[in-house]
Design a protein around this ligand. Structure first.
Ligand SMILES: [Zn+2]
Length: 431
């Protein structure tokens, strides 16, 4: 396929270029202003449109997709632990196979509409553990997204369910080691819901399969308190002995890490994921992203996978925090692409030859000059996900002119509304 008359836009490195692209199979075969159409090649003329590498959501929970608008507990949760117990742990336990499958479908559709082409998901469905990651994969495949999936191991449901969670991770990791679009990870909820033995099992499983642990870390101050009071330790003090902190680890939130823990995470080369909208909504505090280092990325933590919106919140919240310190915003908003480059072993976030053809076509008609030095300003203050016109994943159009290809979106949403209603009733009955 020959895509002509476009302007490619990247933030890291900052580049805006009038050019053409050749896509062969699932990859970018060539890029250049002097490229010409080959014989029999399909031509797509996108005169003046911006083309960006697909956005990547580095930490999310598709299982929460059907929570939008659900009735809140009669007594408002007083703190983070109550938010988990009275909302999310009631929701995840109420998920059955069809509901979790539709949660993934709905979340994937919304992701594509925002130009998000890959999701790093953290899944929980304690009443339906075995095969749950395959159902999410099936849903993402149907829509056309890439996914890095894991099951959230926790001690909250007892040893049997913990072990089922570990088995689900292992099964999925083994089955997707060479998949072009999917990988498995080891999911772990958080240090405060995992014993030392369970942390050890998660770390060992990741080491065995040469992968990483995807875990919530110091999201709320309660986790720091738990480590101190129950374990006479710190959060990192609990994770370090169990091979949780490695160059492949994905640590979400990191709101209450200490400067010395940030230093350790840099030494261990962990990935740190910033979730500004979720942090604000749960009132857990502000993550000092100026301490996150190079290996940082953005995640929506269950909010719709609108990475432009998440980037805007990250930027504005950082401004509002009055904290000193330089934040490399371009590095932060492109972190997800670097993360999955690490995971899939292919270079995402670029238009170089051999890069996966994951593209966002954006209808952005800039009202002010746009050039190399002010791309971030246009990205943060001008671009909206509603301007995403078409999306390609692995060389295939998954959304064309705002229409998701190959699915009946209305039918899916009609069914998801029914399932959400049933889910909410089930949750209410469990209170
Ligand atoms: Zn999360």
């Amino acid at each position: 396929m020959f895509i002509k008359n476009i302007r490619t836009f990247t933030l890291a490195p900052a580049r805006l270029k009038k050019t053409n692209l050749r896509i062969i199979g699932s990859e970018i075969a060539a890029e250049g202003s002097s490229l010409v159409r080959m014989k029999n090649e399909q031509v797509v003329d996108l005169e003046g449109k911006l083309v960006l590498p697909g956005f990547v959501n580095a930490h999310t929970h598709l299982y929460s997709s059907l929570s939008r608008g659900m009735p809140m507990p009669s007594r408002a949760p007083a703190n983070f632990t109550e938010i988990l117990k009275n909302i999310w742990w009631k929701l995840d336990v109420a998920l059955d196979e069809e509901t979790l499958y539709y949660s993934a479908l709905v979340g994937a559709i919304e992701a594509i509409r925002c130009g998000t082409t890959a999701l790093v998901d953290h899944h929980a469905s304690p009443s339906s553990i075995k095969g749950s990651l395959d159902l999410i994969k099936k849903a993402l495949k149907e829509i056309g997204l890439r996914g890095v999936l894991c099951y959230e191991v926790t001690d909250r449901g007892g040893k049997k369910k913990r072990d089922e969670g570990l088995e689900e991770n292992e099964r999925f990791i083994e089955g997707n080691k060479t998949d072009e679009y999917f990988r498995g990870y080891v999911g772990a909820h958080a240090a405060f819901t995992l014993s030392d033995e369970s942390l050890h099992l998660c770390g060992e499983l990741a080491a065995k399969h040469n992968t990483g642990v995807h875990i919530h870390v110091s999201e709320d101050a309660c986790e720091v308190k738990d480590a101190k009071e129950k374990h006479k330790s710190t959060v990192f003090g609990r994770l370090t002995p169990h091979k949780i902190l490695t160059k492949d680890s994905i640590l979400a939130h990191c709101v209450h890490l200490t400067p010395s823990e940030f230093k350790t995470s840099k030494e261990k080369e962990c990935w740190l994921v910033h979730n500004p909208r979720s942090n604000m909504n749960n009132r857990v505090g502000y993550a000092p992203i100026h301490l996150f280092g190079e290996k940082c990325a953005l995640g929506t933590d269950g909010f719709p996978a609108d990475m432009l919106e998440e980037a805007r919140f990250a930027f504005l919240k950082q401004r509002d925090s009055h904290l000193d310190g330089n934040v490399n915003d371009a590095n932060l908003v492109t972190g997800g692409q670097r993360l999955i480059t690490n995971i899939f072993g292919k270079k995402f976030g670029t238009f170089e030859t051999g890069a996966p053809a994951d593209l966002v076509v954006m209808n952005y008609n800039e009202p002010t000059p746009m050039e190399k030095d002010n791309l971030l300003g246009h990205y943060l203050f001008g671009m909206q996900s509603s301007m995403v016109e078409s999306v390609m994943v692995g060389g295939r159009w998954v959304m064309k002119d705002r229409k998701i290809v190959g699915i009946d979106e209305d039918q899916i949403f009609a069914r998801s509304r029914q399932l959400a209603k049933t889910l909410w009733i089930k949750m209410e009955k469990s209170t």
